[in-house]
Design a protein. Structure first.
Length: 621
């Protein structure tokens, strides 16, 4: 799901619903509406952080309507859009790619898979449609909180705010919409089926969880406005009920397909025109008219009753630094270095869902490697990775990189290690996250080059936690690098080896028996060899599994069939990591969420995998 929002108080509650539901929020895009763009973007970041999902990328979009000056609803939601609530600063900022570019590129990468929910003026979506008229058909479905089918308005006598704020954008959307692709949920539905009565407000407040308190307090100015202006028996929640329909279409009690348009003139600006005559043009919209109020409120209270995911429990053991560089940082470093990018940065650093091979997946590391050729760039990358771990609830994270790949401008192995170690230390100082640093030898390089990396790792033992061997095990065996790993063992430096990903169980046997690996990177093909499983279990050798990456590279066909589930049940030390947070467009929280959705994982399995990761962690700072 992608959520396009002008984040005010009810938008924030809609985000709570989305983040509590099964499935995944892939991105949040923001638009001017309830509040100015910068304020709405900050509110989205803060809300994600409070729900334990600061890993979800936020992309700022259009700061004004298509042709009109911006008009806000701060008189309804408060000057900050959140009821004047004292909210903490977000731990990370928005991504560099414009929201419109994200709306265009994301469904192209995953056609028919993504749902789009718009909660604000339709400016971003309209701007995207002006560049791609077929865009709506690329989404699974588009749900919009928009309009007032009964012509009772909240910003004017007949218009709902989102359409009134940018009626030209609404018309662009309606001109391309079909009932099969677009559903609108209007303010009339919210007034009827989403009013928080005083009793509902008391129940929300009495839940007492941080999310319930947040949801209640940020709507206090809306409650005042509703009392004084709308005359409702409480305040209503238009964006949350639209989100509820998107998440659970079965809540809809009444809908119709109609031909709809909007007015652009000043007197009736933003009014919805619904043509129900027999001679009307073909329908272009599915219009929701009633929703199960009881079901919606049950969903709302359940979402607010939950505790935000713990921010102090996760361990990540397998994370490549160059594959986890923030897209915003890639863009900034490229600009500083005079590199012209011919496409949006996410298209260059985020691999598609179906790469099909490890070799293609690795091409998305090319640009990050290109911009990480100075100590300052490496230091920044490492520091920001620790910050991202903190936002993801990671308390121990191990970064790995191949220092020999960062010498294009003369940087030595020691200088590269120093830069990354300093960045990790800076991140630790500000976040409290414990970190480890692993150096990677590469299968396709010579034994002499691997020995140089191992010697650096041993010499820098005060900052280096382990040694790794990475690369395509189908084409390059591990045995030529034995001397480098023998050196690490003599220095009591623990080792992990990528194996059982591109090649079968033989590569894992080689990693264990020849290189003495204490952990196996990926190891998804271990399940093919019963004797190997017994060895892994008996020796407590951990598997660093990265589900999303494993599917992208073709190592496993799907998340539902990922061997992590059955290997964990068989008593193996399965751990879950991201592999490359940017390349796989993921986080540790998302990895577990996807396993819950597709493989039926629950808290017990997540906790067990985290226990294994904790036990298998290499010593670090």
């Amino acid at each position: 799901m992608i959520i396009d929002t002008d984040t005010g108080s009810d938008d924030a509650v809609a985000l709570l619903l989305a983040l509590a539901a099964p499935g995944e929020v892939r991105a949040v895009t923001t638009v001017a509406g309830n509040v100015p763009l910068a304020t709405g973007t900050r509110n989205a970041l803060v809300t994600l952080q409070l729900t334990g999902r600061a890993d979800v990328p936020v992309h700022a979009g259009c700061e004004r309507p298509l042709v009109r000056p911006v008009s806000t609803a701060q008189h309804v939601h408060g000057h900050d859009g959140m009821g004047g609530h004292d909210l903490p600063d977000p731990v990370r900022g928005p991504e560099p790619d414009h929201a419109v570019d994200v709306l265009l590129s994301a469904p192209r990468r995953r056609p028919g898979e993504l749902t789009l929910v718009t909660l604000g003026p339709l400016t971003n979506l309209a701007a995207a449609l002006l560049r791609d008229r077929a865009l709506l058909s690329r989404f699974r479905h588009v749900y919009c909180m928009a309009g007032a089918a009964d012509l009772r308005g909240n910003i004017s006598p007949t218009a709902e705010f989102n359409v009134w704020a940018d009626p030209e954008a609404a018309r662009v959307v309606l001109q391309q919409a079909t009932p099969e692709t677009v559903t609108w949920i209007g303010w009339d539905v919210s007034r009827r089926d989403a009013v928080m009565t005083p009793a509902d407000q008391r129940r929300l407040e009495e839940l007492g969880t941080p999310l319930a308190v947040f949801a209640h307090r940020i709507n206090r100015t809306v409650a005042d406005w509703a009392r004084d202006v709308t005359g409702l028996a409480g305040y209503d929640l238009p964006d949350p009920i639209a989100m509820a329909v998107a998440l659970r279409p079965d809540l809809v009690l009444e809908r119709e397909t109609v031909h709809a348009d909007v007015t652009l003139g000043d007197e009736t600006r933003g009014q919805l025109i619904i043509d129900r005559r027999r001679t009307a043009p073909p329908p272009n919209l599915t219009l929701v008219r009633r929703v199960d109020e009881r079901g919606f409120k049950h969903m709302l209270f359940d979402a607010c009753a939950r505790e935000a995911p713990p921010m102090n429990s996760r361990h990540e053991l397998h994370c490549h630094l160059d594959g986890s560089l923030r897209p915003a940082t890639v863009a900034d470093l490229a600009r500083r270095q005079g590199l012209a990018l011919d496409r949006p940065v996410r298209d260059l650093v985020v691999a598609p869902a179906g790469c099909g091979s490890l070799s293609r997946y690795l091409t998305y590391f090319d640009l990050p490697l290109q911009v990480l050729q100075s100590p300052d760039a490496l230091r920044r990358a490492a520091r920001e990775l620790v910050e991202d771990w903190r936002a993801d609830g990671v308390v121990h994270g191990e970064a790995r990189f191949a220092p020999q790949l960062h010498g294009r401008q003369g940087m030595t192995l020691d200088e590269a290690v120093t830069a990354v170690a300093e960045g990790l230390a800076e991140g630790r100082a500000t976040t409290g996250v414990r970190t480890g640093l692993l150096l990677c030898c590469l299968r396709h390089q010579s034994p002499e080059e691997s020995m140089a990396v191992a010697e650096t790792a041993v010499r820098r033992r005060e900052v280096v936690s382990g040694l790794d061997l990475a690369g395509d095990e189908r084409l390059y065996p591990a045995a030529p690098h034995k001397a480098a790993f023998d050196l690490a063992h003599r220095a009591d430096l623990p080792c992990t080896v990528h194996a059982g990903e591109a090649a079968g169980p033989a590569s894992v046997w080689e990693a264990i028996e020849v290189l003495g690996a204490r952990r196996i990177g990926h190891g998804v093909r271990c399940a093919e060899d019963g004797a190997l499983l017994e060895r892994l279990r008996a020796d407590h050798i951990a598997l660093e599994m990265c589900p999303t990456s494993n599917v992208q590279t073709g190592a496993v066909p799907s998340l539902a069939g990922h061997p992590a589930t059955r290997l964990l049940a068989a008593g193996l030390a399965v751990t879950i990591s991201t592999d490359a947070r940017t390349t796989s467009d993921t986080s540790l929280g998302l990895e577990f969420a996807r396993l819950r959705e597709t493989a039926g994982w629950d808290e017990r399995q997540e906790s067990l995998a985290q226990d294994h990761a904790r036990a298998a962690a290499f010593d670090g700072g």
